[in-house]
Structures are given as structure tokens and as C-alpha cells.
Design a protein around this ligand. Structure first.
Ligand code: TRP
Length: 332
């Protein structure tokens, strides 16, 4: 670990394969960031069981998500790539921090309100304390920067409040984490309802492009993308579908909106959609090949996980010991 560099941390839930928005908005950026920061990237298996999961499927998804991080270009030597549940410090700090978090604060979390409405037959305590575990993830690693999407900002704010409160009572213990907002983040919308964000939980199979979709599937989904009744590729107001395809094409090819408009001047939406589909599939192809290779090598994957777990454990031992001492536990 390089002491000069700042710590960056983020976790993703292993439920569902990431979609194009996750790839362009998060995973691709993480790869760029791994040289500039001490990076900790994890798979949030503990968080995922706040809603009921099928065990065999969950296990497969944890491995898949982990392999995808490496396939996308994260280097397990350079960064710490870990599965949250492999480092027992997360659950332990989470318990302690829960005693420094108010019931009222957690009641105000919008994700809790949404999820308890959606899963009304299983409003378990974990769903309620979910943000405390997330605070523990962040504060354990003394993270300076946390790349998060808009939906997680309230949780990050809570982590900051918990850190401030704890530091206020016991003196400097936790680094105050800041949200990390990437400038270039492409906002990827649903291909079927282009005013809505592309989402992992969308029921419509044509709404999202999964990063492991094959070329034919990707092209088919783009061909079916909802656009408008005109036939002009340009970013005019009201053309949400076309604007979405243009942003994706721009993120994938690096071309500006003006260049794209020029490229498709006088051509129909069919040509444009095909081009977006092909470019997207071609961009994902090397990652997909790498994913296939890594997934077939079970020993390699397991070894990476073990090393990641060990690195994560070592990186967080000191923080937890400090916490134990401060709150008055007997440290052996
Ligand atoms: N709750 C986050 C999500 O669903 C995942 C997550 C868990 C996370 N722990 C984290 C993100 C710590 C950033 C930092 O997207």
C-alpha cells in the first residue's frame, strides 16, 4: 500500500449481472482510478441477503461479480479485490456502529422506505440496519473517497454523520469519507423507457443490456430501443430515446455529439441503432473473453479471493482495534 495515495473504496451487490450503465458509469472508471488511489473494491454479499436469495444462485453470482471485476481490468495485485463476508471485521464494526446510530436516522432512509414497501412480507432488521453495515465498510478502510451513485448518497451522508459523532466522542478515529463523482459518467437510461435509468431490476428484458449479453442479443435490444417518430439523429429536446443512444455511442466510441450527428446525417434510425449495437458489443467483447477465461480457472479465482480476503483483513485490523480500545473493550 502506498501511504501517499488516498484510499478509495466501493462495493457492488452481487445480485444480477451488471448492465451497461454499471459498466460505463462505475466499473470502467474504477479501472482508470486504480493507479491513482489505494483501491478497495468489494462484493457486498452481506448486504445482498437483506432480501431473500436462492443460495446456489447467490454463490454463483458472487463468483461471477468477482470475476467480472478482474475481467473489466482491475488488477488483484494492484488493488484489493475482496468479498465483504470474507472479512469478519465488517460485521463486527457494523454492530459497534449500530450503537452509535439512531433509530430515527435509519427510519428516514429513503431506500429503507422503498424496499420495505416492495418487500412488505420480509421487513427484516437487516433491511433497516443496511446503511450501518455500509458505514462500517467505508469507515473500516479509512476511505477518503467513495464513488457512489445518486441512490447511495444518503447512505454515504449517514456514514459521515456516524464518523463525525464517533470522532466527536472519542477523538480522531475515522477518516471523513467524501463522495467521488466522476465527471465523465455516462448516464445510461432504459432502452424501453428512456426517461428512466437502466436498472438491474427492470422486468422488461429489452430495457437493459447486460455486460455478458452476446453480440446478437445486444444488437437486437438496440434495434428494439424506443425512439421517436422522426428520423433525425440529433440531441433535440424531447428526443430522449435518441439522446440516450447518442450518449451510449459517445461513451463507447469517444465521439462527440456533433460528430455523431454528422456521421448519421441523412441516415435512418435503423443504421444508427445497428452502429450503437455493434460498437457496444465490440467494446464489451474483450472483457467477455477475459471473463470466460477467468471463470474457467476456478483455482485462480479462488486464489484471488483468498488473497483479497487476507489483504482486506490486514488493512482493517488496526481500525477495529482502535475502536475496541476507544469504546472501552479489553484489547488482548
Ligand atoms: N449499498 C451499495 C449499493 O447497493 C453497495 C455498497 C455496500 C457500498 N457497501 C458499500 C457502496 C460501501 C459504497 C461503499 O450499491
Amino acid at each position: 500500500m502506498d501511504e501517499q495515495k488516498k484510499n478509495m473504496l466501493s462495493l457492488i451487490q452481487p445480485t444480477n449481472t451488471p448492465h451497461l450503465g454499471n459498466y460505463l458509469g462505475a466499473m470502467q472508471n474504477w479501472v482508470r482510478l486504480q493507479n491513482d488511489y489505494n483501491c478497495y473494491f468489494g462484493i457486498a454479499d452481506l448486504h445482498s441477503i437483506t432480501v431473500r436469495q436462492d443460495p446456489a444462485k447467490l454463490r454463483a453470482q458472487i463468483k461471477e461479480s468477482y470475476a467480472l471485476l478482474i475481467a473489466a481490468g482491475l488488477d488483484p495485485e494492484k488493488s484489493t479485490l475482496f468479498v465483504q463476508g470474507h472479512n469478519c471485521h465488517h460485521a463486527e464494526l457494523s454492530w459497534i456502529l449500530s450503537c452509535y446510530t439512531q433509530f430515527g436516522e435509519l427510519s428516514r432512509m429513503t431506500q429503507f422506505k422503498d424496499k420495505s414497501a416492495k418487500y412488505s412480507d420480509n421487513i427484516n432488521a437487516g433491511l433497516f440496519t443496511y446503511p450501518v453495515l455500509m458505514a462500517a465498510d467505508i469507515l473500516l478502510y479509512q476511505a477518503d473517497l467513495v464513488p457512489v451513485g445518486a441512490d447511495q448518497k444518503q447512505h454515504l451522508e449517514l456514514a459521515r454523520n456516524i464518523a463525525q459523532r464517533f470522532n466527536g466522542v472519542y477523538g480522531d478515529t475515522f477518516t471523513m469519507p467524501e463522495p467521488y463523482i466522476t465527471k465523465t459518467t455516462a448516464k445510461v437510461m432504459s432502452l424501453q423507457e428512456p426517461t428512466k435509468k437502466m436498472s438491474k431490476s427492470d422486468e422488461n428484458p429489452n430495457a437493459s443490456v447486460w455486460v455478458l449479453d452476446d453480440k446478437d442479443t445486444i444488437i437486437r435490444k438496440f434495434k428494439r430501443a424506443v425512439t421517436d417518430s422522426e428520423a433525425e439523429v440529433c440531441a433535440r429536446e424531447g428526443k430522449d430515446g435518441i439522446i440516450n443512444l447518442m450518449s451510449i455511442y459517445s461513451a463507447v466510441t469517444g465521439r462527440s455529439f456533433e460528430e455523431i450527428e454528422a456521421e448519421f446525417k441523412g441516415k435512418g434510425y435503423g443504421d444508427f441503432k445497428l452502429a450503437v449495437g455493434e460498437a457496444t458489443a465490440d467494446m464489451l467483447a474483450p472483457m467477455q473473453a477475459e471473463f470466460k477465461r477467468i471463470s474457467a480457472d476456478k483455482a485462480y479465482l479462488e486464489n484471488c479471493m483468498k488473497q483479497g480476503a487476507e489483504k482486506a483483513y490486514k488493512a482493517t485490523r488496526k481500525t477495529l482495534q482502535k475502536v475496541h480500545k476507544k469504546v472501552g473493550f479489553v484489547v488482548l
